[in-house]
Design a binder for this molecule. Structure first.
Ligand SMILES: NC(=O)c1ccc[n+]([C@@H]2O[C@H](COP(=O)([O-])OP(=O)(O)OC[C@H]3O[C@@H](n4cnc5c(N)ncnc54)[C@H](O)[C@@H]3O)[C@@H](O)[C@H]2O)c1
Length: 415
């Protein structure tokens, strides 16, 4: 159970009564150029990318960061010399001058940072996957629904032009009945170097890291710099490639097809590419069942990147294919973009189409919503649904059995 560890602001109680807009200064619609002050929790690789993105926008200022590792304070000060840097995110959330918080901490702490940010009355951009577990996903969804804050999730494919194209083609009925979706994601690394493995910097020592804050309630143990830097490889802190990458694609598919939660999940695979001590599998085959006659599969490998990333929505009247760096089997040319191909058997006169809609800037969309109080492209609901789908798959893998939604939810409730 994630309980807020910061003091609740008075107006959150008012928010629950639906009167927040009368009294909360931060709920007011603001001008397009009004200054937005942001804080960043978790200033590692992704946090620094998010910071770069947000600082390109007009009238946005980063005033504070929280990171348990001192090195990150120095790295951010090189970009923003005036920034206030603390170890404990609660000290950042105490600040009255923050409008919004970007969370890019490791997965096992997302829910803590999510709930505390809303309780402190700040708008929130939380990196994907929204949470580490189904139980936390339920709690974060409830926290967002009980708050008047703007909440978005770092599922940037939700801002892609390809999503708008796919939705339009589906609305126009061009694909007919879709019974199967196949999706894949593939990478490769030089022999002996496992995907995601990062070198531990020499300054990553117990003195420079608030290890207990990183553990966030996990069983205490001596400082382990390898796990701090390579948290992605271990179940305690991560959900592996399903929460790192499948979540982007399943969220995209769920939005394109307006899918509810899966009814069941299977997942097989293992640590096959580099046996480097990691726990999370590098080779994965997921099957997700959805209501109304639909099966979605997602395959992933870290030993071959020939086919890049993609999704194919297979319908009786046509196919919608989105490719990101897949190599054409015949021509060897790498493809990117979204296309529609008619099934001649049911649409003899149908023509192939190429998506034309431009991508939106996902971060700009969030900042715009902070000012306008509109709903961002990646809502908390899609953050929730994609997180539950990912955790069902991982749970099936770890239980070595097919898992239904009911089984997954009741296991989550039991903890
Ligand atoms: N949307 C995307 O495309 C995308 C891409 C990469 C990463 N991500 C996500 O971003 C998140 C971070 O990934 P990363 O690669 O930047 O990891 P990282 O390890 O490089 O950075 C995480 C940072 O959080 C800090 N940290 C750890 N515990 C903390 C705590 N309790 N309070 C404050 N800071 C804490 C660490 O010291 C580190 O600097 C993950 O959830 C990941 O899935 C998203």
């Amino acid at each position: 159970m994630i309980k807020s560890t910061v003091g609740r602001r008075k107006f959150l109680g008012i928010a629950a009564s639906g009167l927040a807009w009368l009294t909360s200064p931060r709920s007011r619609v603001r001008g397009a150029n009004d200054r937005v002050r942001i804080g960043l929790i978790g200033a590692g690789a992704r946090g620094q990318e998010l910071l770069d993105q947000v600082l390109t926008l007009t009238n946005v200022e980063c005033v504070a960061i929280a990171d348990v590792y001192k090195r990150r304070h120095d790295e951010i000060r090189q970009r923003v010399p005036s920034v206030s840097a603390v170890d404990d995110h609660r000290r950042l959330l105490d600040r009255k001058d923050l409008d919004a918080v970007l969370v890019a901490s490791p997965l096992h702490i997302h829910a803590r940072h999510f709930v505390d940010t809303l309780a402190a009355g700040k708008d929130l951009y939380c990196e994907k996957t929204m949470t580490w577990s189904i139980e936390e996903a339920e709690e974060c969804l409830a926290a967002a629904k009980g708050s008047d804050r703007v909440v978005t999730v770092g599922l940037q494919h939700q801002s892609s032009g390809a999503l708008a194209d796919a939705k339009q083609w589906l609305k126009d009925g061009l694909a007919g009945k879709i019974t199967q979706v196949e999706a894949w994601m593939s990478r490769n690394t030089p022999h002996g170097k496992g995907q995601w493995v990062r070198a531990v910097p020499p300054d990553c020592t117990a003195t420079n890291v608030s290890w207990d804050l990183f553990l966030n309630g996990q069983p205490r143990r001596p400082f382990d710099p390898y796990k701090l830097i390579n948290w992605r490889l271990f179940w305690e802190f991560s959900g592996g490639n399903v929460t790192e990458n499948m979540v982007h694609q399943i969220a995209w598919i769920m939005r394109a097809l307006d899918l509810p939660l899966p009814t069941a999940a299977c997942m097989s695979g293992g640590v096959f590419s580099e046996k480097d001590g990691r726990e999370v599998p590098d080779t994965i085959a997921v099957t997700l069942d959805f209501p109304n006659d639909l099966v979605v599969t997602w395959h992933s490998t870290f030993s071959n990147k020939h086919y890049g990333i993609g999704e194919r929505l297979l319908g009786s009247d046509g196919t919608i294919e989105r490719l990101m760096g897949s190599t054409d089997m015949v021509t060897g040319v790498a493809e990117t973009g979204i296309h529609y191909y008619p099934e001649k058997v049911n649409r003899p006169d149908g023509a192939a189409l190429k998506g034309q809609t431009a991508d939106q800037n996902h971060m700009a969309n969030f900042i715009d919503c902070v000012r306008t109080r509109k709903q961002p492209n990646a809502s908390v609901e899609i953050g929730y649904r994609s997180a539950v789908a990912a955790h069902m798959a991982n749970w099936a893998y770890r239980q070595k059995q097919r898992v239904t939604l009911e089984m997954a939810k009741s296991a989550a409730t039991r903890g």
